[in-house]
Design a protein around this ligand. Sequence first.
Ligand SMILES: *Cc1c(COP(=O)(O)O)cnc(C)c1O
Length: 397
Amino acid sequence: MIKRQIYMDAHATTPVDPRVLETMLPTFTERFGNAASRHVFGWDAERAVDLAREQVAALIGASPKEIIFTSGATESNNLAIKGAAEFGREHGDHIVTQATEHRAVLDPCRTLERRGYRVTCLPVDRYGRVSAEQVREALTDKTVLVSIMAANNEVGTLQPVREIGRVCKEKGVLFHTDATQGVGRVEIHVEEMGIDLLSLSAHKIYGPKGVGALYIRGRRPRARIAAQMDGGGHERGLRSGTLNVPGIVGLGKACEVCGQEMNAEGERMRGLRDRLGDGITGQLSDVYLNGHPEERLPGNLNLSFAHVEGGLLLIGLKEIALSSGSACTSATLEPSHVLRALGVGDDLAHSSLRFGLGRFNTEEEVDYVVGRVVQEVTRLREMWTAHRSEGAVLKTA
Ligand SMILES: *Cc1c(COP(=O)(O)O)cnc(C)c1O
């Protein structure tokens, strides 16, 4: 019998929604045109791209002209951060970010540091939050960019984006947010939140992999960045390269579905997440929540299990797709920089599990996962206790 597999890792990626796939399919075959071509095939592709641009813009309260299509959030972050730094070089050389950002933000910042920019990386509180006050205090007259994520991909913590946006507006500093985990899951509105640059990715919101977008504020005041890709001048010269029409169409449809279903889906995710969390903590002691108890993504649960080896736990639960708080690099087992920034000790970081609930998870799956997690943690803790008392016996003998 094939053992059932359960996917509960929605922060890593999500499956393409069937409605999204259906919209994409004709663009591989009949509607295959190059959106830059000036003939019927090209115009048809261009129309499909225009619609997608409207759908993406509508989800975040932007206007279609403010959307640039990219290959995903990593590229959008690189374009926003390096592009804003390069464009602002005459005015300043200082960037503000924070410790729990995705590597697709931290690494471009590091690259800029090597190029002579100065980067302030703000610490977070034990829940993973920075405050607008911290951002305000970090700003200097040389600051050209603030980059703070909307929602964290490991612990789900939501940052006070609106308040940070207000501080940046007051000081006239560009505000970029990596909203890859936030868009489509929680309310994000670029006007109301004072966001100048926003990164998003299709594959985290039930769209295809390899496509994303960067929102660039078009007015009041216009955000200016330097292109990081030279070529045919596509996307108003900001991102050259033939448009990935199937991907873009998929991203558009994914945004439309999220816009229609986000509120109901958020409620459902919160319900499943609480059922999962309550189920586990109701039956196990010494389990700790990582991240903020309320200000967090509805589908995120990140727990540390004391007295358990995280690697063994993941192996024991191998029919469930989950992530742990350790990044397996070539030789060493490094605790995640996110949990470290929250002040979680190495042992509890190694014994953490990230549950990412998504659109296609069911109550039945949640109940199964609760049962299996309780069973595995109990088994591993019994082994650990047995091992310890054996050790004690050996010592006294
Ligand atoms: C997944 C993710 C990224 C990277 O997105 P890609 O589209 O895979 O490049 C960046 N930031 C956050 C917060 C993410 O969760």
